[in-house]
Design a protein around this ligand. Structure first.
Ligand code: S5P
Length: 278
C-alpha cells in the first residue's frame, strides 16, 4: 500500500526519526496538517502571529534572519509557545554550502539555529557533504532535516534528475533526513523506478509550500495550489501557508489570523480524510 493510504497516527507509530514521529503525532492529535509560515520582520509580530496560529497548526515556520530586532528572548518565547500550543518550529534556513560551513552556520553565529529549531532544510547543490555537516550538529540534538527536492516558484531548477538525486541522498542519511520540501510524493516515484514497491521504503514527510485558497500567485514567481490539490491530489503531507494566513506586511489582526487558520486547517484535514478514502 502507498504511504498516502496510511494515517498520520499509523505512520507516527513506526517512524524511526523522533522529530518526524513527533510531527505526525501532532497532526493526528490536533487534527491539522497546517504549517504556518510567519514571514514578518518584527519580534513582536512573529510572536503575536505564532500565539494566534499555534492552536491550529502542527508547525510554525520561521525566516529568523528577516527579524530586525532578533534576540535570544525571541527564541525562548517561541519555544514556550511551541510547548504551550503543541507545535514544532522549523527554521527555513535553506542551507546551501559545503559541510564545514553549514555545520558552523547551523550551530553558531547570532541565531544558533540548531539550539531551538526542531526542523531545518537544505539544498543538495553542494553534494552530500552538506548532509554530513548538518547531521554532525543536528542529529545529537534530535533534530530533523528536509531536503528541497522541488520548489514552488515558477521556472525553478529543482526538477528531474536533481529531484531524484535528493531522494537518493535522503536514503543514504535515514537517521537525519525526515522528508522533503516538494510539490508531490517524490519518494514513491523514485521507489517505483528503483524497483521498490511504493510504500515499502522509508517514510518521508512531504511538506509543501505554495498553498493558497484565494490567490494563484504573487507577481514574484510564487504559484499557489489549494490544500485539496496538494494533500489529496499530489499526496503531500503538510501544507505550508504564509500570506494566505498572516496577510503580508506586519500581519492581519488576530481575529483574521484565527479565521484563516481555521479555514486552512479544515481544508487540509478534509483533503487528508478524502485521500484516505479514495
Ligand atoms: O519552494 C519553496 C520552498 C519554500 S520553503 N517555496 C516557498 O514558497 N517556500 C517558503 O514558503 C517561502 O520561503 C515562504 O516562507 C513560504 C511561502 O509563503 P507564502 O506567503 O507564499 O505562502
Amino acid at each position: 500500500p502507498s504511504i498516502t493510504t496510511r494515517t498520520y497516527a499509523e505512520r507516527a507509530a513506526k517512524h524511526p526519526i523522533p522529530v518526524a514521529k513527533q510531527l505526525l503525532d501532532i497532526c493526528d492529535r490536533k487534527k491539522t496538517n497546517l504549517c504556518v509560515s510567519v514571514d514578518v520582520t518584527s519580534k513582536a509580530g512573529l510572536l503575536r502571529i505564532a500565539e494566534a496560529a499555534g492552536p491550529y497548526c502542527c508547525c510554525i515556520k520561521t525566516h529568523i534572519d528577516i527579524v530586525e530586532d532578533f534576540d535570544q528572548d525571541l527564541v525562548q518565547q517561541l519555544q514556550a509557545l511551541a510547548d504551550k500550543h503543541d507545535f514544532l518550529i522549523w527554521e527555513d534556513r535553506k542551507f546551501a554550502d559545503i559541510g564545514n560551513t553549514v555545520r558552523l552556520q547551523y550551530s553558531s553565529g547570532i541565531y544558533k539555529i540548531a539550539s531551538w529549531a526542531h526542523i531545518t532544510n537544505a539544498h543538495l547543490v553542494p553534494g552530500e557533504g552538506i548532509l554530513t555537516g548538518l547531521a554532525s550538529v543536528g542529529q545529537p540534538l534530535g533534530r530533523g532535516l528536509l531536503l528541497l527536492a522541488e520548489m514552488s516558484a515558477k521556472g525553478n531548477l529543482a526538477t528531474g534528475e536533481y529531484t531524484t538525486k535528493n531522494v537518493e541522498a535522503a536514503r543514504r542519511h535515514p537517521e537525519f533526513v525526515m522528508g522533503f520540501v516538494a510539490m508531490r510524493r517524490v519518494d514513491e516515484r523514485e521507489e517505483t523506478a528503483g524497483g521498490v514497491a511504493p510504500g515499502e521504503g522509508a517514510d518521508y514527510v512531504i511538506m509543501t509550500p505554495g498553498v493558497g485558497l484565494d490567490s494563484k500567485g504573487d507577481g514574484m514567481g510564487q504559484q499557489y495550489r489549494t490544500p485539496d490539490e496538494v494533500i489529496r491530489g499530489s499526496g503531500c503531507d503538510v501544507i505550508i501557508v504564509g500570506r494566505g494566513i498572516y496577510g503580508g506586511g506586519d500581519g492581519n489582526p488576530n481575529e483574521e489570523i484565527v479565521k484563516q487558520c481555521k479555514r486552512y486547517q479544515e481544508a487540509g484535514w478534509k483533503a487528508y480524510e478524502d485521500r484516505l478514502r479514495q
